[in-house]
Design a protein around this ligand. Sequence first.
Ligand code: URA
Ligand code: CA
Length: 442
Amino acid sequence: MDIISILEDKKRGRALSREQIDFFVRGAAEHTIPDYQLAALLMAIRLMGMDARETADLTLSMASSGDMLHPEVGGVPVDKHSTGGVGDTTTLVLSPLVAACGGKVLKMSGRGLGHTGGTLDKLESIPGMRIDIPEEEFMSIVRRVGCAVVSQSKQLAPADKTLYSLRDVTATVDSIPLIVSSILSKKFAAGARAIVLDVKTGSGALMPTLEKSIELAQAMVDIGHHAGRSIVAVVSGMEEPLGSHVGNALEVKEAIDILSGRAEGPLKKVSLFLGAQMLIASGITDTEEKALQMLSGALQSGAGLEKLKEMIAAQGGDPRVCMDPSLLPQAPVRYAVRAKEAGYLSHVNGTALGLAAQRMGAGRITKEDVIDPAVGFVMEKRIGDAVAPGDVLCTLHASSEENARETEARILSALSFTKEPAPKARLLYALLTPKGVRELNE
Ligand code: URA
Ligand code: CA
């Protein structure tokens, strides 16, 4: 076996055998195939595609390129994965709620890079919180509490690390077989038996159109199902930040506000919908209606908030933040961004908002950057809202007056207004299961 004949086959659009796939995946994991040959192969796969059998083989081969966890957590290990978004804190809302309903949520997460925030960075804004937790301890927290969110171990799917970093710089991210294998190999290696995927659609999403996002979601459901996982995918919109809060401590605060019953809105709605799919995929209940009732019950009784407290305490953090979010880091400057004219908020450039938060210090520009957990902003208007002159559009939590003024300009240029009423943004588009597609209209 050699890499040149594999390149030759894929260049001509031939399907690769399992042996050929194993060969280059091992070469990627062990760094025995040079980056230039892997990069050429990635482009050949991007242009010529892979069929369902090749995609399944690639996923399984990448999953077993490193450690494979076999979690024993006293239930079905369930995971949720979102393909990115700004102000998207569903993990922190739904993990404790699902745990309060008997689910076993094992979440290995990443740090943020670019315009979307990382769940780990959000958690680290909680004083004392540890996210580098050894496997045994991680499993024992999930067994006891029902949920834990930790950083992904370096030994999981090492082939993906090599390939993903090359895809980022070779314009080969938008390939369905490469996305499917990248995401699912990590879920398989981490031992998830039930998987709920939140595939975003809209500007800044992995795939450019709704049709392509649905095609990606369907491909992941098919591969997961054939590999014996209980799997569904939700296609959801990202026309604007899902929650109103953008920034690390601010997003933790918003999750606490929802779990305390103080906040409503799209973040709560989408979290409950995804959480319901997790309960069904885990076999805890069988209908969406019952699952939503269980989750609403856990929210109203405070059981979800209690689980978040337990999880924070188990991971070394200060659980008092759940009762008093002002114990989270606070930015020194508050600054109101106001509307200049009357109109309707019609369009939000989510990527630009994410970048504005990053430039405030909430996100990294390079991997080495240290983030400021306190900074960010709270959107006071959503798409479709009427706006009068002087209305507060957004409240900034900034490190300095100067930083606030720079951010104000960035935020204003990310928002568009019309004189005519504008429709609200769609939240949920479709639910895909191994049995087929259900259109959602929310
Ligand atoms: N996230 C991943 O982990 N992999 C991809 O290919 C795309 C998004
Ligand atoms: Ca996210």
